[in-house]
Write a protein that binds this ligand. Structure first.
Ligand code: MLT
Length: 267
């Protein structure tokens, strides 16, 4: 069910679906919105409470102009969970959502009972990456999201998806074009500021699921393997034939991997 909450001076839009005692939070990537979790939410909602917020600057959540750091977005999530009277949750995210998940784990370890890291990495941007983010932010502000959609879509999806799944291509483009340029710029500048979270991984005290598209060229399987190798209780799932937007490209398999992980937490 679609809802909104006022926290920290902004309005957060989120979906809160399903039942069950175990809350699961799924955080979308950049520059997407919570609709990207539609299939996984439906797959889990029979047994789990699935909460999918639009992160600051995305979807129907308030846009702010200053860099939207991963810590800021983690604080937004903590306040949303307070509002919902949820003390602990499984927290997961894809790509930028994964960066926010790691920031949340560092700031609020006691609030996390399991972690899902999909098509993401623990390492920060290098100098060139930060420069490109700033150029992209300026371009979004000057020209809108059209050029960003043109440039990003081929990188987000595997070649086979681009060739054979026009509906997935259209969905990705639509999400990108629906993002406010100011929100995208704030997130790009926030991502450029993110810290190295590598040292956090061995200290995570909760089970983790790492998922990656076998053809993810933005955060390739080697990034997923590196994170998996550093955590003490981690499972790695590679979705063959999927690119960076693996949950859209292999929606059912992604949902199954999530369900198996969540079902196993009760053991
Ligand atoms: C995402 O999908 O969230 C972005 O590709 C993350 C990034 O640009 O690092």
């Amino acid at each position: 069910m679609s809802r909104t909450a006022r926290v920290r001076g902004i309005r957060i839009a989120y979906d809160d679906d399903g039942g069950g005692s175990l809350p699961v939070v799924l955080l979308h990537g950049f520059p997407f919105n919570r609709s990207m979790w539609r299939e996984q939410s439906a797959a889990l909602a029979g047994d789990y409470r699935v909460i999918t917020p639009d992160l600051r600057g995305h979807g129907e959540t308030t846009v702010t102009d200053e860099p939207a750091t991963m810590e800021e977005m983690a604080d937004d999530l903590a306040s949303l969970l307070d509002e919902l009277n949820i003390n602990r949750a499984i927290v997961g995210g894809l790509s930028m959502g994964g960066y926010v998940t790691l920031a949340f784990c560092r700031k609020y370890p006691e609030r996390v009972s399991g972690v899902v890291l999909a098509d993401t990495r623990a390492t920060p941007d290098n100098e060139e990456g930060r420069r490109t983010r700033e150029e992209t932010a300026r371009r979004a502000l000057a020209e809108g999201m059209g050029p960003i959609a043109d440039a990003m879509t081929p990188k987000l999806l595997a070649p086979a998806t681009l060739e054979r799944r026009p509906e997935t291509v259209a969905r990705v483009r639509e999400m990108i074009l629906g993002t406010e340029p100011r929100g995208a710029a704030a997130a790009l500048r926030g991502m450029a500021l993110r810290r190295d979270q590598t040292d956090l991984l061995p200290r995570l005290q909760v089970p983790a699921l790492v998922i990656v598209g076998g053809e993810d060229s933005l955060t390739p399987p080697s990034d997923a393997e590196a994170m998996h190798g550093l955590m003490t209780d981690s499972r790695l799932v590679t979705l063959e034939g999927a690119g960076h937007a693996s949950n859209l490209e292999r929606a059912d398999e992604f949902g199954r991997a999530l369900r198996e992980f969540l079902d196993g937490l009760g053991d």
